[in-house]
Design a protein around this ligand. Sequence first.
Ligand code: SF4
Length: 413
Amino acid sequence: MLLNWFEKTPFGVSRARFNPGDGAHSQAPAVATKPRAQMRIGIPKTLNLWSTHQFWIGFLEALGIAKIDFSSDTSEEQAREFGKGRGTVDCCYPVKCMSGHYGEFLARKPHRKIDVLLSPMIYSLPSYLHGHVAASLTCPRVMAAPENIKSGFQKEKDMFAEHGIRYATPFVALGDRPIVPKQLYEGLRDFIPGLTKAETKKAVEAGFHALDTFNANMRQKSREIIEQCVREDKPCLLVLARPYHMDPGIGHGIETDLQAYGYPVLWSQYLPTDPDMLEWLFGADIATGHIKSPLDISDVWPSSYSANTNEILWGAKVAARLPWIVCVVRLSSYECGMDQPSYSPVQQIIERSGTLFFSFQDLDSTKPAGSVKIRVETIAHYLQKHAGEIIQKKKIDNPNGFPLVRQHEDSKP
Ligand code: SF4
């Protein structure tokens, strides 16, 4: 049974290949030194790369870049071996971890040496809630992280230059597609030889096509999981977190531990948005004028500016309405200023629906294996004891019938 799409992310699929503003921000010579067909570009697998990786792969492949490498998952060893002494002032653990990713690229053996380290400053994200929320911005700390972390490698001398690596950090608003070609052309023309505006535009289209296709596949897989739960009247779990919590070094693989108990795990970023399902979940709210569209979160989160936070709030609304999501697990990093205001609303939305809610806040470099194990066992115990009754109660609370079941039965020969 398909339990979790996590292991099917392109990071895993492409492991063999990947294993480890504007141009004014970048450390670049006037002319690139290698033709594209020989160029190896390294991308730190951190922060917003966890939800935009496919864009960068599609974009760079369309430009004919020979090799696109991602760094490894975050780990203690990575930080100790490659990031030590490179730290900069930032309280956020996911940002601090970038030092290890940068250092990992710098420490590569000559045959796998990268030519360009590409660490984009992503200002906004292509969220599926776009058009229904105020904005889809990234966390400011996340956006500024490439500039912040870079300074840790330029304290005494420029470590990038010392390793023959050019550092590119284009400023890009991925949530505003029309301006992306201009931003990436200006941010990368000094790094990619012969880059033109026209081919940048085409490459951006290819990047968004790759990202949209990947996201659609993930939503389809989530739908299949939900349909299976509906057919078998079985429970599943929803994780509400930022995309970088999929990194086992940031989220500590808590959802994987839960999945080992046999419960399928969904992530809010990839919940299905099929019209029939949205109508079933939110049709009554729209009919009463409570919300304007199924993706409207103004009823629970009026300051809808942060893409990740918006998706977490919408995921909470879905979990509250979908009977087979019997448990929500909230993950958050140490002293996350973006997440803190949403703790209470999310918890209230979930718990008022009778859905189990467990929260792992303040995740940082220390993986408290013992306490995580005990808490995972506790969650599994509650699931085993209460999942069935939660499904039945939520089904009674939802007077709209169950179209997923009908749809499945109708499609039988
Ligand atoms: S404030 Fe929160 S979202 Fe922003 S970088 Fe820190 S942990 Fe991540």
